[in-house]
Design a protein around this ligand. Sequence first.
Ligand SMILES: NC(=O)c1ccc[n+]([C@@H]2O[C@H](COP(=O)([O-])OP(=O)(O)OC[C@H]3O[C@@H](n4cnc5c(N)ncnc54)[C@H](O)[C@@H]3O)[C@@H](O)[C@H]2O)c1
Length: 431
Amino acid sequence: MHVSKRFLAHCSLPDGVFPTSAHPFEGRALRAAVIGTGAISRSHLTALTELAADNEVELVAAVDVDEAAVAAFCAVAVAEAAATTHPAPRPYTDLDLMLAEERPDLVTVCTPPTLHRAQSVAALRAGAWVWCEKPPCPSLADFDAVEAAEGTDGGPFASVVFQHRFGSGTRHVRRLLAERALGRPLVAHCQTTWYRDTAYYAVPWRGRWDTEGGGPAMGHGIHQMDLLLDLLGPWTEVRAMAGRLVHDVQTEDVSTALVRFDSGAMATVVNSVLSPDEVSRIRVDCERATVELTHLYGHRNDDWRVTPAPGVPEAQVAEWRDFGPDVPSSHTAQLRELVASMRAGVRPRSSGADGRTSLELITALYKSAFTGGTVRAGEIGPGDPYYTVLHGGAPGWAPPDSTRKTGDTGKTGDTGNTGGTDNADDTEVAA
Ligand SMILES: NC(=O)c1ccc[n+]([C@@H]2O[C@H](COP(=O)([O-])OP(=O)(O)OC[C@H]3O[C@@H](n4cnc5c(N)ncnc54)[C@H](O)[C@@H]3O)[C@@H](O)[C@H]2O)c1
């Protein structure tokens, strides 16, 4: 089979796992399709184009209910793919038709969150692996329905776009923390303090539970919380507060939380759209060093800082500060790993339980904030009002007409809204 050296250099499969010669993708580029051709789809196109140049994928189709949008996307795809020999992707306005005609191996979902469940399930049932934008789904119930539609042995699996987990900086720090090279992690801070003005919230679908899914905890802070969990491992309990301090919204515009981890470490989490001095930050104080990431919408090696505790030898510090060749966090970095997992027939990172962790923490954050209690990991399941909707029906937070249905409509074109989401707020391309 063809797997380029450049491609393998970027892959990080679990130890001892190699692409098998018996896999159905052997010897050919993976057939990929994009659903939803709005703002974030351009980051998917960049990633797909880079892998197409290595003959790892071929973009065969794109789908959008907006005919002009999908036509424009396909035109850009053709222009960007000039270096490859692949034919132009075909535009569709009907997802089911695309799945039937194109039989893609991989579908990337770039539509608003309310569509993620039905479209991911449709793609899995058609045999395609799924790479779905954050937030993965509006609720844990929706996430579990997607997971239930996955294949059992060798895929197809559905993974979530959490590009901040990928790249050389995160990989280096994750290894240092996992190996306890810096000693035990003790105290952490996780901060998404951004600024969104009144005009931003004048757009009708913003600030609403049914169309946006949640406030800044869900829509903006999810990347940093997901990265915190990726670095520190399982959490055990959360206590939180949420407020509407400025904007006329159904959801919160700020939240704070205290999180305890399995390891014993404790973290503060702040998610705000009220902060004129915008920053995304993660800081972990360990016994032997503090490691800190400061950026806004994406990071590279220079955005990480390691500060040793007194007495740590210089040579040791130099090793900790050696992040290796710079691979910025990006959709491309995550897609390379995903494609490697597909070729190996193994569950990719950021899927299944690993892809669910930040959604569970956010759900628990809302439950704690709205009930005033401590919420423990694993306690929100079927029967819990927060399992199906993040406001949990809480007085003062749930909209007056909140009788949200949670069943799978099975309708992949059921827009629920007209496609508007956070199109310029949390990606490095929009920074
Ligand atoms: N990973 C990141 O950093 C990042 C950044 C921005 C947005 N996002 C996420 O990406 C997703 C999309 O956001 P966006 O900003 O690109 O939104 P957008 O509004 O710019 O684009 C959404 C597209 O989906 C299309 N659409 C709507 N209903 C459809 C249907 N039934 N079938 C097919 N297409 C349909 C719309 O016509 C539109 O073109 C959201 O979940 C958002 O949170 C992620």
